[in-house]
Design a protein around this ligand. Sequence first.
Ligand SMILES: *Cc1c(COP(=O)(O)O)cnc(C)c1O
Length: 411
Amino acid sequence: MDERKEMLMQSQLPTPCYIVDEASVIRNLEILQGVMERTGARILLAQKAFSMYRLYPLIGRYLRGATASGLYEARLCAEEMAKPLAQQGIKCENHVFSPAYKEEDFAKILNYCDHIVFNSWRQVEKYGVRARTAGKSIGLRINPECSTQEGHAIYDPCAPGSRLGVTKKNFINGLQESLLRLLDGLHFHTLCEQDSDDLEKTLEAVEEHFGEYLAGMKWINFGGGHHITREGYDIPRLERCVRRMQEKYGLEVYLEPGEAVALNGGFLVTKVLEVQGTDVCGPAAVCPGSMPPEERLQIAILDTSAACHMPDVLEMPYRPPLRQSGQPWEKAYTYRLGGPTCLAGDIIGEYSFDEPLREGDRLVFEDMAIYSMVKNNTFNGMPLPAIVLRRENGKFELVRRFGYEDFKTRL
Ligand SMILES: *Cc1c(COP(=O)(O)O)cnc(C)c1O
């Protein structure tokens, strides 16, 4: 579709709205499929990053299945990926990991999942026999105590005192033959938006701490956080890591990326509601009273909120890419973009533009498919953004619009 027609169609969409771009997701899926074909690794979608299930049948045709953080995601995979694909004769795997399972959920989880990963020996003791009797493949999450990321302690399961995964010491302390015999695999998840050199380092730690148990397992799961579909990611090194585990220990290798599946796979379209001036100057050292507005920071209030619609902007934090914009002061007009909530810190970031922003202008934030829709909330009574799918053929499909009832019924 040409750009003008596309702009016209976008101008008719409600705002705020997420547009998930099927072609971009397919591009990612093809990269992941290449890794699977060359190595025999099995790649799963981590649903917590992207649960836009309209695309699950597509994703399930490329990947091996999905993984869940608990009962609801496990059920979503069963209903929206495994079931439609079973009708086409394709089998999907449904995995689950939770730091602790609830007694009342566990029987249902057994109905949906074929792989169950536990977070402690106590959980294996509590549920392991039931899972085994039901014919499930059972794993234990380990903590290789190898931090490879800096500055994001909230995303580091290897930080001291972590509740995620069994350390070598606790592995040995809780080790009982009867529990070890229940295990089919080991699982670790320690990366976040990282390249394969960090995976390689982590695997060395896994081998150092848990190597003697690997050969007795059927599989190892490398978790998520592999930024495989990002430009410049070192795929050959990832594949060497996979082959090493396959060849040295005879293991089946699983990867469960979330981000990489829908990285740069969608947009958030928003509208400018109001433009305000400030007294804050640009990079010039002095700020005379007569300074023209374009040399001052201006504010644009949008109909989308960082706190409600892109919480990772505040939590990570990061600056989402915005189409046709520059760094602050790079272009003529610099704006601080903020949401319409009461939160003073509901700021998306500062961006510059060639032309002044006007009320009613539409802005398009990029890379908004992951960790966005799944994290939405209605704080301040903010409406949830509509969800639109741009099919591979360029057609726009309205997946869902939300209204007042969606706000009210959660309270
Ligand atoms: C978050 C998570 C993933 C997916 O992580 P991404 O960074 O989105 O790739 C996979 N497995 C587990 C256990 C997770 O907690």
